[in-house]
Design a binder for this molecule. Sequence first.
Ligand code: HEC
Length: 107
Amino acid sequence: MKMLSLLSALVLSALMLINIAQAKPFTSGDATAGKQFFEQNKCNRCHIQKMGGDGSAIFTRPNRIVNTPKQLIARMHYCSEASKIMLTPADEQNVGAFLNQTYYKFK
Ligand code: HEC
């Protein structure tokens, strides 16, 4: 019986650790501010050229290039640097929250 409770305590703490390691991405971001930033800076202008429509299909295409929150951060910086859009750490979290809540849905 003692063995069993020790085991369940171990399993429980392992589960808690996993939970911490997978903290929800962009929790400090404000998706509404991110959407505003995205629209004000016309982030979709090149995506529209590439995809047509409103350009947002770039985030949901089957062969999309972003598959983790880390890749999303990297790509936002790549795009903003390429287009000389200033992306502060706060903007990064806000736009990340917007794109993640709307399209990527990383947990
Ligand atoms: C100068 C043109 C341009 C601008 C402006 C631009 N992007 Fe992009 N973006 C691209 C291109 C081109 C791709 C697709 C790259 C590929 O398919 O390899 C892309 C892809 C992306 C992706 C990945 C889509 C996927 O496949 O999952 C994200 C995220 C992204 N852009 C975010 C942004 C954000 C945020 C901004 C505004 C700060 C922005 N982009 C502005 C050109 C641009």
